[in-house]
Design a protein around this ligand. Sequence first.
Ligand SMILES: Cc1ncc(COP(=O)(O)O)c(C=O)c1O
Length: 404
Amino acid sequence: MGKPVGATIVRDDTSEIVFDNPDEALAQGEQGRIAFQFAYGSDLLPPAGEPVTSMWRYRDLLPLADGPIRYPLAIGGTPLLASPRLRSKLNAPNLWLKDETRTPTGSNKDRATALVVESALRAGNTTVTCASTGNVAVSLAVGAAAAGLRAIIFVPAEVADSKLTLMLLAGATVFKVQVGYDAAFKLSRAAAREFGWYDRNTGYNPVTLDAKKTVALEIWEQLGREVPDTVVCPVGDGPTLSAIAKGFDELVACGATSRIPRIIAVQAEGCQPLKTAWETGGPLQAVEPNTIADGIAVGDPVSAGMVLRDVRKSGGAFVAVSDDDLRRAMETLASNGGLLAEPAGASAFAGLSQALDSGLIDRAERVVALVTGTAMKNLGEARPSKAAMTISADLARVRHALGL
Ligand SMILES: Cc1ncc(COP(=O)(O)O)c(C=O)c1O
């Protein structure tokens, strides 16, 4: 059984408040981002030598009481890919890709959904809510449907059509909110308070951090219980990155390793409020997002303080990638790695390529880039460099076209 024994709130200015009682932190949650702490020790980690097939193998580090898991979808145990062709193309022999496209709805959001829905079921809630740029919403719609819960979802009005259709197919009630994601987030939170719904919002609900930290725990196990030198992570609202940092911190706290990896945070050039705050050292200035990567199009990130703290603590850095970089990364991942990623899902790989070229990451480092979302849901204005050829059904045409 995983039982939080304390909690920290990280404010926007990166200062921290430490609580002995997790409930007190939850009561003061408006002050910043909450992270639970556990009674760390090696006994909280699963035994070595077992296959990494499910997120629930880390349940002693999840805020979850004993009892059977009722969440019905498979979750966790995503592949860590060596991808020989990408290693050779990038001349990075120790590159790994954590393939989070292999989940029920094709994004890393499914981990948080699993724990949220499990928690809601145990608490007897029948309605769950979230705001989302798209992937969280699809994930919650599908996860709630599988568990028999009602999902009420708030998305920005410009949400990708393919994602909206999937939410509706899964039976969710969806509100398209004018003005955008930040307004949708506030509305969803207010509605949860007013109507007593279970609030999945990652920027608020700390169980989402614990669920998403299992990516770090899996990477450690999949590397033979070793920590990589560097992890490259996309940043929209920020919890994906902070969860990775929390996972590695907890491995240190449990005595599994003595060091954490450097974390390189990737934002879009058209939406880089955190990178700007990092460089100026000043308070975060919200921006109007302008990028094809909807998952990281967050102009006023909820987890700003926590992300800045985590990148600093890891000795990491920020990079920003252009829409063209994202399109190129999607094509390289697909054509050399067999990995279909949406723009936000390919952003860490785009950032990695840039960081290798600039020397920020050494080519010999053991580096893991997260691939966080599948292209199947969102092709994101991909512009492949190849075009299809239209021909008559004639073998001679094929021979001619291929120059054979
Ligand atoms: C595919 C994808 N990658 C990365 C992110 C960024 O995650 P976070 O908002 O936790 O920073 C998102 C968020 O929706 C996403 O959908």
